[in-house]
Design a protein around this ligand. Sequence first.
Ligand code: ZN
Ligand code: FE
Length: 255
Amino acid sequence: MIQISALPAFTDNYIWLLQDHHNRRCAVVDPGDAAPVLAWLAEHPEWVLSDILVTHHHHDHVGGVERLKKATGATVYGPASENIPGRDVALNDNDRVTVLGWEFDVYAVPGHTLGHIAYYHHGRLFCGDTLFAAGCGRLFEGTPEQMHHSLSRLAGLPEDTLVYCTHEYTLSNLRFAVAVEPNNPDIADRLEKVSQLRDSGRMTLPSTLALEKLTNPFLRTGETSVKQKADERNGRDNRGPSEVFAALRAWKDTF
Ligand code: ZN
Ligand code: FE
C-alpha cells in the first residue's frame, strides 16, 4: 500500500510525498524546495527517497531537485521537452513508468507550459499546475485551445480520480467560480466547506474529478449558463467550449 501526504512549501505549494510501506521507500512530486523534504527524511531516517517526479520546469516545482538528488541519489523523472535539472528519465505523452512498484501513465498536458506532463496511477492524478481544485493554471506558454484540450483529457479519467495538484488555490478559485455561476448550489456548498477548512488551517486537497466537474468553471465550458456569462464578459458569441474557456481564463487573469 502506498500512502500519499503533503509537505507544504513556500506559501501555497504542496510537495506530494508517496510512501511505500512495504519497502520503506518514498518518492516526491514537484519538490520546489529541498528543505521540507530533507527535514522529513531527517525525522524519518528509516525511509529512503528513491524517486522524484516532475510535472514542468517552473522553479517552484524543480527548485529542490538537484539538492535532493545529490543528497539521496533519487532518480529524477520529467518532461522530455523541458529543461529539468538532474533529469534521468525523459518522459513523453503516453509513456509508462514504474515508481515504488506503481505503474504511472504519463499524459502530455500543454497549456500552463508547453511540455507540462501529468502522472496517473489507478485513480490518482498528479497534475502539477494544469488542473487545480476549482480552477486551472495560467497560460504562460500554451494557447487556450491547448489548455482546454488538456483539461478535457484529464476530465475523461474516472470520476472518482483523486486530484493532487500543486497549489492551495481552492478558496480564491471558488470565489471566481461563484462569479461565473452565482446560482450553482454545488459551488456555494463547496465554498462554504473550503472556507471552513482554510479557517482551521487545513488543506483542501486532494479533490475528485466528480467534484471538479460540478464546481470547476474551466471544466464546465459546455454549460449554457457558463457560455452566457463568458459572452457577457467579452461581448461576443463564443463559439464552442474552447472559446468559452479562453474567455473564462482571460477573465480570471484579472479577477
Ligand atoms: Zn507552474
Ligand atoms: Fe506552480
